[in-house]
Ligand binder design. Structure first.
Ligand SMILES: Cc1cc2nc3c(=O)[nH]c(=O)nc-3n(C[C@H](O)[C@H](O)[C@H](O)COP(=O)(O)O)c2cc1C
Length: 369
């Protein structure tokens, strides 16, 4: 049997101790109330991962304002007291199982599939570029994305402030860590991605400029929360609407952005790839390995790591401190406990996302088996 003991070592992100190196990746389940409050069903769902042995549970992408940030109907938010109180219940369930809780904050940008009727209509993005791809049907989307409107400089400042204010609320809700979602095609990734950012101001152009909004959010959120919880960033190449995108600058992009993010106080970097072990840019490293090489932050790695020996191998190789499971955690909420006991793992089945990738569909799917 493969030695997976490295996954069960204790670790820490800043002052936040983790009982092991296994995290649940953030996964949008569109199961909040219409007005963005997390529910008891969500608390039970997240609590199961903690009970199943994960050391860290990163909750799903949560919107930061009541303007353009929400991208999916029944997505949760963290923009007011009611939403804060609802998330506190989820945090309690995660803590009860002995895991630490990480909030993930998102702004949808151009990728808007629907939002609460009292919020703003339409979509804003760095530039008025029609998104590639089509909407996600398992989140109630259909057809292509409309072309967004270019965000104004005042709106950039307001979005930044919304992330910062939401970070303050996340601390109040009891979260141990905060992840800023800079990956997978949403607003911050639209700034980072060359073809969706055609700006000529200090937020567009070279890598340094395209990462500036992430940098400023991290820096200002740390100041506003007095460093109460470590704040990290998720980055990817692939997007929900463009699977094959690659960073235009290759390894030089990593060399350009990670020192800037470190200087802003980034406590961890969460890298997600289809196959997190794959070499990138002919560099001799995976993307997580490049993060390790060019950043001093803790590295969380995600993508295709469901096999225990693969997950353990990434950590043993030195590419990451923590591995995150997405679909394998959906199939095995007790992935760590099963691995420790040497028990077989379930295969992920897309049937649980039918008709929607929400918790009701998953519960009906489970009951029918
Ligand atoms: C249903 C579903 C919802 C997801 N929602 C999010 C999300 O809210 N935020 C995010 O950063 N990634 C999200 N992802 C991406 C996952 O975090 C992860 O990167 C992806 O599933 C690949 O990892 P895996 O091979 O372990 O499944 C989602 C993935 C799935 C399957």
């Amino acid at each position: 049997m493969t030695d997976t003991s490295i996954l069960f070592e204790e670790t820490a992100i800043g002052p936040v101790g983790l009982r092991n190196r296994m995290a649940v990746a953030p996964m949008t389940r569109v199961s909040a109330t219409e007005d963005g409050r997390a529910t008891d069903q969500m608390a039970r769902y997240y609590g199961r991962y903690a009970d199943g042995g994960f050391g860290l549970v990163i909750v799903e992408a949560t919107y930061v304002d009541k303007q353009y940030a929400q991208g999916y109907l029944h997505q949760p938010g963290l923009t007011d007291e009611a939403q804060t109180a609802a998330w506190a219940t989820v945090v309690d369930a995660i803590h009860a199982g002995g895991a630490k809780a990480c909030m993930q904050f998102v702004h949808a940008g151009a990728l808007n599939q629907g939002r609460h009727s009292s919020y703003a209509e339409g979509a804003i993005a760095p530039s008025a570029v029609e998104p590639l791809g089509t909407m996600l049907t398992f989140y109630r989307g259909e057809g292509g994305y409309p072309t967004p409107r270019e965000i104004t400089r005042d709106e950039i400042a307001a979005v930044k402030q919304a992330f910062v204010d939401s970070c303050v609320r996340a601390v109040a809700a009891g979260f141990d860590l905060i992840e800023i979602h800079g990956a997978n095609g949403y607003l911050l990734d639209q700034f980072w991605t060359a073809y969706t950012n055609q700006r000529t101001d200090e937020y567009g152009g070279d890598a340094r400029n395209r990462i500036r909004l992430d940098e400023e959010i991290i820096r200002e959120a740390i100041a506003a929360t007095n460093g109460a919880v470590p704040i990290g960033l998720r980055l990817s190449q692939s997007k929900v609407n463009d699977f094959e995108y690659q960073w235009v600058g290759g390894e030089q992009d990593a060399a350009d952005i990670f020192p800037v993010l470190d200087a802003a106080g980034m406590a961890f970097i969460h890298i997600t790839e289809h196959d997190a072990t794959a070499e990138v840019f002919g560099s001799g490293h995976s993307l997580a390995g490049l993060a390790r090489k060019h950043s001093n932050a803790k590295v969380i790695v995600n993508g295709g790591l469901g096999a225990p020996e693969t997950a353990a191998g990434v950590v043993a190789h030195g590419d990451a401190d923590i591995i995150a499971q997405g679909k394998s955690a959906l199939a095995n909420p007790d992935w760590p406990n099963r691995v420790r006991a040497g028990e077989a793992l379930e295969e992920f089945d897309f049937g649980m996302f039918s008709p929607l990738a929400d918790l009701d569909s998953a519960e009906a799917w489970a009951a029918s088996r």
